[in-house]
Design a protein around this ligand. Structure first.
Ligand code: SF4
Ligand code: SF4
Length: 181
């Protein structure tokens, strides 16, 4: 039986729209108030302490353009370009490194997982390297904790059993259901 969608699932399904609204608003605010990019860098990195690398795929004006390019790509080549874009951005460097220690994390519940593999198909990391990354298979690299995870939450949105959740994960309660790397 599939579980009722949570608020996070609803949010994840609207991510592209949210990114467009927030990204364009941010772009206009930065230009209107002539805000230094150092402040943007500080903001994008600081929120990484709470939510991990959320800036790239929920707020970044450049990220919107990169995603549009990925969507019109007939193959995986432009997904590689998206990776390249992240390599070139200091917000991505800093917040990506914070994925391992951020307060909010993607957590996995092995008790409810049906091993259907839908989450891996939804995440661009396993689709680029099936032998290395998996959100549910043991002894593989966990994309959700990887530097490259940009918290698109597509894996959470697509899991039919609610086995993946994105929630506050303080050190005292974080280890029980975390995936192993
Ligand atoms: S949030 Fe999930 S689907 Fe998105 S990049 Fe991270 S692990 Fe992959
Ligand atoms: S989509 Fe959910 S149930 Fe399916 S393998 Fe992934 S975590 Fe398990």
């Amino acid at each position: 039986m599939t579980k009722k969608p949570t608020f996070i699932k609803h949010l994840a399904k609207k991510r592209a729209l949210i990114q467009a609204i927030v990204g364009i608003s941010l772009y206009l605010i930065i230009n209107y108030f002539n805000i230094s990019l150092w402040w943007v860098l500080g903001f994008g990195s600081a929120i990484g302490i709470i939510w991990g690398k959320v800036f790239c795929r929920w707020m970044c004006p450049l990220g919107i353009m990169m995603e549009l390019l990925m969507k019109i790509s007939p193959n995986d080549a432009l997904k590689g370009m998206y990776q390249y874009h992240k390599i070139g951005c200091p917000i991505a460097w800093i917040s990506g490194l914070l994925n391992k220690v951020s307060f909010y994390k993607i957590q996995f519940n092995a008790d409810t997982c049906k091993n259907c593999g839908i989450c891996d198909s939804a995440c661009y990391m396993p689709t680029l390297d099936k032998q290395k990354f998996s959100l549910y298979k043991p002894n593989m690299v966990n994309p959700a904790e990887n530097y490259s995870c940009s918290k698109c939450l597509q894996c959470v949105a697509e899991c039919p059993n609610g086995s993946l959740t994105y929630k506050l994960s303080l050190p005292t309660n974080s280890k029980k259901h975390m995936l192993t790397n």
